[in-house]
Design a protein around this ligand. Structure first.
Ligand SMILES: NC(=O)c1ccc[n+]([C@@H]2O[C@H](COP(=O)([O-])OP(=O)(O)OC[C@H]3O[C@@H](n4cnc5c(N)ncnc54)[C@H](OP(=O)(O)O)[C@@H]3O)[C@@H](O)[C@H]2O)c1
Length: 245
């Protein structure tokens, strides 16, 4: 029960990795706020099951993020202990040539600007109380430059830069870290054919795709007191895949 009595907001918290993160925090005593953009029914169901709240906001829209901040801080009396910037978007392209300006704006605005806007919204209340933890979702996709979605890669590299910059500027009171998942079994993966999935599996030393719970456990560690001397870091959760050049 590492998070007993703590308030935790998970953006994109109703589905995939976000759902696993939400459930993991709730199972350790946290009061969870489940942010959603389009998955209203899933978010409300999850919040009901876990005794928390669903809160709608497109994280790339500053007005909606400010409204979400008001909702969360009103419910908690001004305290958010943990922010998880998990909301993410992607386009399955096979080349940089397929990335339109519209795709660039949507993906970069959700993944990168969304992380900035949510951090900007909640950091002041954390600083005021002189405590808090923020965990951002990056990705191993950009590490080797092989994944063709140039806009997605750039957004997730940007998340690492945001993580380090905020870690410096919010220290010593608020720790900021990120998790970089490899291939995790969610909607993100359903895009691949079974032939491609077999090929990918052969590149993973631990010989399985990741589970959403694998990522959730890493997020909880970084948000917990066990990581009280860790900030500005990116923890890779990929079965060892990026060790391979
Ligand atoms: N799965 C992987 O293999 C993998 C690997 C590396 C990194 N990641 C990262 O892990 C995170 C979660 O991925 P996932 O696989 O769980 O994805 P997913 O199943 O497709 O879920 C994406 C989540 O992001 C939310 N979202 C998207 N745009 C949003 C917006 N503008 N405002 C608020 N919420 C928004 C969605 O909410 P609604 O449904 O409510 O719209 C949904 O809850 C992402 O940041 C992703 O980049 C995933």
């Amino acid at each position: 029960m590492r998070f007993k009595g703590k308030s935790v907001l998970v953006t994109g918290g109703a589905k995939g990795i976000g759902e696993a993160i939400t459930r993991a925090f709730a199972s350790e005593g946290a009061r969870v706020f489940v942010n959603y953009n389009t998955s209203k029914a899933e978010a409300e169901k999850l919040a009901k099951e876990e005794g928390g709240f669903a809160v709608r906001a497109d994280v790339s829209n500053s007005k909606q993020v400010e409204a979400m901040k008001k909702f969360v801080l009103d419910k908690t009396g001004g305290t958010l202990d943990v922010l998880v910037n998990n909301a993410g978007d992607i386009d399955w392209v096979s080349s940089w040539e397929d990335v339109s300006e519209k795709m660039w704006d949507r993906v970069v605005n959700t993944n990168l600007k969304g992380t900035f806007l949510c951090t900007r919204a909640f950091a002041p209340s954390m600083l005021k109380r002189k405590r808090g933890a923020i965990v951002n979702l990056s990705s191993t996709a950009f590490f080797q430059g092989k994944f063709p979605a140039v806009h997605y890669n750039a957004s997730k590299a940007g998340v690492v830069a945001l993580t380090k910059t905020f870690a410096n500027q919010l220290a010593p009171f608020v720790r900021v870290n990120s998790v970089a998942p490899g291939f995790i079994q969610t909607n993100f993966q359903s895009h691949y054919s079974s032939k491609r999935q077999k090929e990918l599996l052969n590149t993973i030393p631990l010989n399985r795709f990741g589970r959403t719970e694998d990522v959730a456990r890493a997020v909880l560690f970084l948000a917990s007191e066990e990581a009280s001397y860790v900030t500005g870091q990116t923890l890779v959760v990929d079965g060892g895949r990026v060790m391979i050049p």
